[in-house]
Design a protein around this ligand. Structure first.
Ligand SMILES: [Zn+2]
Length: 291
């Protein structure tokens, strides 16, 4: 059924979804299938993590950590929003998943129970794609706007490809029987939304919204800029005379208008005086004895 994406399919769907993608050297063949004797797939869900550190791309893609060989995920997502492909095969990211939680993602249930070890476990690395998002994981470090946007796009791209709903998208803390807490922390913003706290439910809602649109869709823009100020260059003299100022500056415009009216009045009076002077000068000339 759900055969894992090939390297070429990964690149194609992520780029179609508007994700900036880089390829880690050797990623197309770096996997844990041969070493474990367990082939990756069929795939049933997408699992999200945080790195609990900075600049962990080499660790995730190639170096691994003590007792846990790389690759540690399929996708490494930097704070910049750039995704790096690390593997298309089996990756060490999910560990044991509680059966009750796993089943809710596999079956795309609308609710996801807390992971219960008593329900049994499955090897999550058999069945789940994994993404590591760069974040300190201390609950305070912020996911950037660019990072969260790409994160939603990546999850949506995979759901779109396999025909999954957003209920196939889970977080490590939702499946782990080892007390994992990832991902967590504040998000700088998304679409027209300002700062908010990452939660799996909200993340799924954002993926679900994205799936209602074509892959090329971009969520609502950033908040609209402030309306132009009165002293903007865009304000023309006509705007001033036409009394188009905002309420708080209308007194200033009224002053300008009354000054203009007074100037016109005075100019007219000066013209009348000039005419009178000219007429008197003419009369004076007429009465001056000719020499
Ligand atoms: Zn994790």
């Amino acid at each position: 059924m759900a055969t894992p994406l090939t390297p070429d399919q990964w690149l194609r769907i992520l780029r179609a979804e508007g994700v900036r993608v880089e390829e880690y050297p050797g990623w197309r063949t770096r996997e844990r299938d041969a070493a474990t004797g367990k082939a990756f797939g069929p795939v049933r869900m997408f699992l999200n993590h945080h790195t609990a550190g900075r600049n962990a791309r080499d660790v995730v893609a190639k170096n691994g950590v003590a007792g846990l060989p790389a690759p540690l995920a399929h996708v490494y997502l930097a704070r910049s929003g750039v995704a790096t492909m690390c593997s298309a095969g089996r990756a060490n990211h999910a560990g044991p998943m509680a059966v009750n939680a796993y089943a809710s993602f596999r079956d795309e249930k609308s609710t996801h129970p807390a992971p219960s070890k008593a329900s049994g476990t499955v090897d999550g690395n058999d069945v789940a794609y994994g993404l590591e998002a760069e974040n300190l994981g201390d609950g305070k470090d912020t996911y950037t706007r660019e990072q969260y946007d790409a994160w939603v796009r990546i999850n949506a791209a995979v759901c779109r490809f396999h025909g999954w709903t957003a209920e196939s998208v889970g977080c490590h803390k939702e499946t782990s029987v080892e007390g994992k807490v990832d991902p967590r922390g504040p998000v700088e913003g998304y679409g027209s939304r300002g700062r908010f706290e990452f939660t799996p439910a909200r993340f799924r809602a954002d993926v679900a919204e994205r799936l209602k649109h074509p892959a090329s869709w971009s969520p609502g823009s950033k908040p609209a800029p402030n309306p132009p100020k009165e002293n903007d260059m865009a304000l023309t003299p006509y705007d001033v005379w036409a009394y188009k100022g905002r309420a708080e500056t209308r007194d200033a415009y009224a002053y300008l208008r009354s000054t203009e009216a007074r100037l016109v009045e005075l100019t007219g009076q000066v013209a009348e005086l000039n005419a009178t002077v000219a007429r008197l000068a003419e009369q004076l000339a007429d009465t001056t004895p000719q020499g």
